[in-house]
Design a protein around this ligand. Sequence first.
Ligand SMILES: [Fe+2]
Length: 386
Amino acid sequence: MAEARQRTLLLVEPLADEQLNTVYSPILSPLAWDLGHIANFEELWLVQGVGGREPMDGELGRFYDAIENPRKTRNQLPILRGDELRTYMEGVRERTLEVLDAVALSDTRDPLLEGGFVYEMLLAHEHQHNETMLQLLQMVDGYEPVRVDASVAAEPVSEGPEMVAVEAGSYEIGAGAEGFAYDNERPRHAVELDAFEIDRTPVTNAAYAEFVSETGAEPPMYWERDGDGWVSARFGRRERLDPRHPVVHVDWHGADAFARWAGKRLPTEFEWEAAASGADRERANLDLLGFGTAAAGAYGDAAADCGAVQMLGDVWEWTSSEFAAYPGFSAFPYPEYSEVFFGETYKVLRGGAWATRRDVIRPSFRNWDLPERSQIFSGLRCVRDG
Ligand SMILES: [Fe+2]
């Protein structure tokens, strides 16, 4: 938990208080809200929930409730700012450690404590907020990361066929009963799949640029015209777009149209998960310090069993699947985590991106978002029937 907090604070270290409280986009919270919300979630579940203590600051919890407060209204709330915010974050953490000292994680009568579930949930929550914070940080002109991992850019590119085959068969989908996973990944169940082929690497900027110029499709977010070509305008800096890198910031409609244009289609999330079998998250562009993608074809020594590379890390990959409950689903620990989002509204993304903390990702992890969203670190790879 200390490591998670260190990373959160590292991300906002270059920012002045005014920037923490600026609304950069109606679909993203000001960073001060994220920081207070991370601490408040910890207070709610651990200090109040597990520890049974009274709220530290009366009604504060209301303003940090993600469902109650739409993102565009969050800056008008009486949230904590400046020194008050820092003091609250530290105060919660102090109490959390006291509670942690006093409980038995082996208590199997309480499903929140069993196997340390509530702590894993809290860690995952802070880690996942780092990624939403990065969506916003890319909009901050002149943002300079404090620390950058240069090994990502130096990663060699592997050669291979354009597509690799996945055999027909019965595949186990979802997370098993052991270990931490979210309710929407369970229960694990068998799914019958026909044979298919999947792109060995994520779709590149070069391929996507060709699609845009041939069809007049909307370019990805942050792309700006530069003569005949394109530059990327993340962090307010115009930089040459590397044609060999995976395309990022594509919305679902763009991804779907690209796949059709290429004579292919988007994978279902089950096809994606079957193809990702054997992928290694320890050798993947995750954990956010690369501050960008590795070239398509990197991490060749960590390919999935089918031969596909970068199934984990670099870019989230859009699938054709709607976010739905697995057969036998039961909400845990609360319906607001997944259940309220099930339906036709959201599309599933898989695999994690460079901006995702490593611990968040496993092959069964399901992300979901609206099909029109492109501020997320979303790309794609295509499949066709085998
Ligand atoms: Fe949250």
